[in-house]
Design a protein around this ligand. Structure first.
Ligand code: C2E
Ligand code: MG
Ligand code: MG
Ligand code: MG
Length: 290
């Protein structure tokens, strides 16, 4: 405690820290109204396939446009939403909005795209999570196979029995399941085969280090692709920024790619323009591998 530690302790409260905790407090408070005030938006980042040479899906990524502070990235407010429990209504909104948008593109006759939605641990552990997913699919009319849920390793480990039941009911609906940020969580890989998964997403930290000869990233990427394939999972790499990463991932038989090399996350309007041009255009730079 400050008093026990004497006067010097006051140095601890630097203006910087004060600003930071004030900011956290302001953000938590403002976040309570962000949904109803229409400040939350989704953008969509393309995912491309080596097999088709083009766009096969998008990941929905949440953005908060704060009226005073401007764009706040999810890494700064999702943890707050988790702490306050706001992640549950926000997460349901994200699910609904992503499915509504994907269905809109289908209704406009644009090429069908799988839409991937990030699910937070707290949201996943709600007892009615799979009912929520089912209701969202019913109200929006989106085909379940066009919805992918991105889960993380940590979520699966906790309460394995309940997790298996939830995953199975999602699979029975026809939804696909991906493990996000793969390789950053639990190092025990054997758990993977116990769950009905479809896709592994190699974390961008490994992709980033592929070219660095010193590290183990290249070996890890290679091992994850092999592991994924031996479990009959599709493997996608995130954070792909450079041609040499594309080449490496192609050589190692990675199936799909996502990253700035192809596209930043796009507004719905920008993605729609891309869809109107067709999904197999040279803008995805994969045609030369076919
Ligand atoms: P994530 O699910 O792993 O998403 C990938 C992140 O990498 C996104 O950051 C994306 O913009 C970024 N990214 C994509 N390509 C590249 C690249 O080539 N290089 C680099 N350096 N980064 C790239 P973003 O949009 O800031 O999202 C951060 C995290 O916030 C996400 O990581 C996800 O965990 C979480 N998040 C985003 N939207 C939602 C949501 O709707 N619900 C929940 N629960 N979490 C979300
Ligand atoms: Mg993700
Ligand atoms: Mg990820
Ligand atoms: Mg991540």
């Amino acid at each position: 405690h400050a008093k026990e530690q004497g006067r010097n302790t006051y140095r601890f409260y630097t203006p910087q820290m004060h600003a930071t905790s004030m900011e956290q407090l302001t953000l938590s408070n403002d976040l309570r109204y962000a949904l109803e005030r229409g400040e939350l938006h989704l953008c969509y980042q393309p995912q491309v396939s080596f097999e088709t040479g083009g766009l096969i899906g998008v990941e929905a990524l949440l953005r908060w446009i704060h009226p005073k502070l401007g764009m706040i990235p999810p890494d700064r407010f999702i943890p707050l939403a988790e702490d306050t429990g706001l992640i549950v209504p926000i997460g349901t909104w994200v699910l609904h909005e992503a499915c509504r948008q994907a269905m809109m593109w289908v209704a406009q006759g644009l090429p069908s795209l799988r839409v991937a939605v990030n699910i937070s641990a707290k949201q996943f552990r709600e007892s009615d999570f799979s009912d929520t997913v089912k209701a969202v699919l019913q109200t929006t009319g989106l085909a379940p196979n066009l919805l992918e849920l991105e889960l993380t390793e940590g979520m699966l480990i906790e309460n394995v029995t309940q997790t298996k039941l939830t995953l199975q009911s999602l699979k029975d609906m026809g939804v696909t399941l991906a493990i996000d940020d793969f390789g950053t969580g639990y190092s025990s890989l054997s758990y993977l085969k116990h769950f009905p998964l479809d896709r592994l997403k190699i974390d961008k930290s490994f992709v980033k280090e592929i070219a660095e000869k010193s590290g183990d990233a290249a070996a890890i990427v290679e091992a994850v692709v092999a592991l994924g394939h031996s479990l009959k999972l599709t493997v996608i790499a995130e954070g792909v920024e450079q041609q040499d990463q594309v080449d490496f991932l192609h050589n190692r038989k990675c199936d799909e790619l996502q990253g700035y090399f192809f596209s930043r996350p796009l507004t719905p309007q920008a993605l729609e323009e891309l869809l109107r041009k067709g999904v197999n255009g040279p803008e995805f730079c994969l045609y030369r591998y076919q």
